[in-house]
Structures are given as structure tokens and as C-alpha cells.
Design a protein around this ligand. Sequence first.
Ligand SMILES: NC(=O)c1ccc[n+]([C@@H]2O[C@H](COP(=O)([O-])OP(=O)(O)OC[C@H]3O[C@@H](n4cnc5c(N)ncnc54)[C@H](OP(=O)(O)O)[C@@H]3O)[C@@H](O)[C@H]2O)c1
Length: 251
Amino acid sequence: MELDLTGKTAVVTGGSRGIGRAIALGFAKAGANVVPLSRTESAVENVVESVRERGVESRVETVDVADSDAVEACFGRVDDDLGIDIVVNNAGINPDAALGTPESVSDEGFEQVMDVNLQGAFACARAAESSLKASNGTLLNVASVGGLVGLPRQHPYVASKHGLVGLTKSLALDWAPDVRVNCLAPGYVATELTTELQENEKLRRSIEERTPLDRFAEPEEVAGPAVFLASDLATYATGATLAVDGGWTAR
Ligand SMILES: NC(=O)c1ccc[n+]([C@@H]2O[C@H](COP(=O)([O-])OP(=O)(O)OC[C@H]3O[C@@H](n4cnc5c(N)ncnc54)[C@H](OP(=O)(O)O)[C@@H]3O)[C@@H](O)[C@H]2O)c1
């Protein structure tokens, strides 16, 4: 029963900022080597530096998770260099083009969200399959409360996150007993993704009032459960989705 991740290597998509960065640093603090991935090299470099300051290995890699050939190549390089024990599918988007009533959402907006949030996660899972099976590793998907309940005017996002909860279950069945697959469903977290909501007093208050804990989460409050689910404290958990939502889905 250990929370120690020493000697393991974790790949965290969307690891350059926000929740992914906090998860990357949480894993590094628990002793794991960490490779944070995003499309932006300078942002990845900053996190790699912070990871290395914790005395573990890292490497700079950039990838667009919507490009499955690039994902395949990237995971291959990481596996050759460090091996892969833990994968966190955290990269996610919810762009303006995908918000609003169904008639205001274009096919392109819908596809963009699906390509990153759902197909991107599937591409990473597929690219990591042989490494995770070889290492008896674990996969963690970062969904959302929008993967458990509806959120008005966020149809592509909610569809993608419900898909991710389903993908968690089907991968958990397929990969058992070698690889555990779990999912986190965060509520509202103070990151760049929610900047507009945080800055709009009326919207912010309505979200806080709807949240029993009456506030947004800090990214580190999602990182803790991520480290737990990836660790040997959670060896009997697979196919599960853990809400980390300040009570949002308890209502
Ligand atoms: N913040 C919240 O309230 C909240 C709540 C529930 C769930 N979540 C989920 O948590 C995850 C992280 O959210 P966050 O709030 O930390 O978002 P964020 O601050 O916007 O960070 C998103 C991360 O994903 C990366 N990314 C975006 N598109 C990518 C792509 N095509 N390929 C590779 N990387 C990509 C970004 O880097 P680049 O742009 O440089 O590629 C960045 O590192 C998302 O899946 C989100 O849906 C967030």
C-alpha cells in the first residue's frame, strides 16, 4: 500500500498548464518521471524544468493529440527512452465554436471538440497499450462533471466527456487484469479554460452557489486524486469515475 511512484514514468497530455501541470508536478513529487505533453514547446519546457527540480527525469515533447500518427510516434519515443507506466488523458478543449444552442454549433466546432477530447484520448490509449500492458501500468482519463450530467449550451463538450466515461469502462474491461483504467470528473477548476467564467462576477457566483463547497477548485485539488488513482493505494479500482466536484453531482 504505497503512494510512492518512484521509478515509474507518467505521460500527462495537456500537461503544460492548469490541471495537467498540477498532475504532472503531483506525480513528480510522488517520485515519478513525468513527460508533460502539449502543442506549445515553450510551455512544455517550463513544466519539464519544474519536474526536473523535483529530482526526477523528464523530456520535452510536443504533440497535437488530434493527430494520431504524431501521437503514435511521440509515445514510441517516450517508451524507448523512459518506458511508460502511467498515462493521463487530460488534454481537453471547449472552444466558443462549440458553445450555444445546437443550431449555433457548426459541424467543425463539434468535430474539433470530439477530435481532441475523445478521439485524442483514444489515440493516446492505443499508442500506450503495449507499453502499459508490459509495465502493468494504469490509464487515467480526465472527464468532467459534464461526463456525468448535462450542462446546457455545451453539447459537444458534454457528449465528448460522457464518451470518455464510457471509454474508461470499455478499456477497463478490455485491459483487465493487466492495466487499470479510471477516470476523474472535476467540477469547475480555476484554470485558463474557465477564465471567462471566473472573470464574469454573475456567472462565477452562479457556479459557486450551485457548488456545495461554494468555490472553484484549485488545480492541485484534482492532482491529489489523480496521484491516488495511479498509485498502489488504488490497486482494486478500475473502470471507475471519481467525481472531484465540490459536491456538484451530489445535488
Ligand atoms: N477547468 C475546469 O473547470 C475543468 C473542469 C472539468 C474538467 N476539466 C478538464 O480538465 C482538462 C484540463 O483542463 P484545464 O482546465 O487544465 O484546461 P487548460 O488550462 O485550457 O489546459 C488545457 C491543456 O490541454 C492542452 N491541449 C489543448 N488542446 C490540445 C491538443 N490538441 N493536443 C495536445 N494538447 C492540447 C493545452 O496545451 P496547448 O494549448 O499548448 O496544446 C493545455 O496544456 C480538460 O480535459 C478539461 O476538459 C476542466
